[in-house]
Ligand binder design. Structure first.
Ligand code: CA2
Length: 144
């Protein structure tokens, strides 16, 4: 199985580290990526990091990943709680799926408690801050 991993980030995660540090911390997405890359190397994984604010773009990238990757790490942002379309795209994906949330979605507003991603995900990492991305790569490193 391929050890190429798509790390997919959804809407507003381009603002990570720039706003609401009390919830999401002060690292930017670029900081998180830079810190994860040496770990990915150690685990013999190759990562492709992408972020989009557009549901269709995220779905197109999931479709492209079907033939090129062994796993997807996905923080779908608020689409987690709304998108049957992303759920369906992940169901058409045969590799491993790890869902990451920086904050503890179960300790926040009720509308964040349900995830359309979780029932497809092979592993779910919630509320560990940006360290959740490291944990996701470690899980995939062992699983693939
Ligand atoms: O905790 C997470 O990782 C979330 O997926 C983040 C989403 C939120 O809608 C989910 O319920 C939980 C929001 C990402 C927005 O990120 C921002 C970061 C800084 C400033 C504003 C938004």
């Amino acid at each position: 199985m391929s050890r190429d991993i798509l790390v997919l980030n959804g809407p507003n995660l381009n603002l990570l580290g720039l706003r609401q540090p009390e919830i999401y911390g002060s690292d930017t997405l670029a900081d998180v990526q830079a810190r994860c890359e040496p770990l990915a190397d150690q685990l013999n994984l190759t990562t492709d990091w992408r972020q989009s604010n557009h549901e269709g773009q995220l779905i197109d990238w999931i479709h492209d990943a079907r033939t090129t990757t062994g796993g997807i790490v996905i923080n779908a942002g608020a689409y987690t709680h709304t998108s049957i379309a992303i759920h369906d795209a992940l169901n058409a994906y045969d590799g491993k799926v790890v869902e990451v949330h920086i904050s503890d979605i179960h300790a926040r507003e009720a509308f964040r408690h349900h995830s359309y991603i979780s029932d497809r995900a092979d592993e779910v990492i919630i509320g560990k801050g940006v360290h959740g991305y490291h944990l996701a790569l470690e899980w995939l490193g062992a699983a693939l």
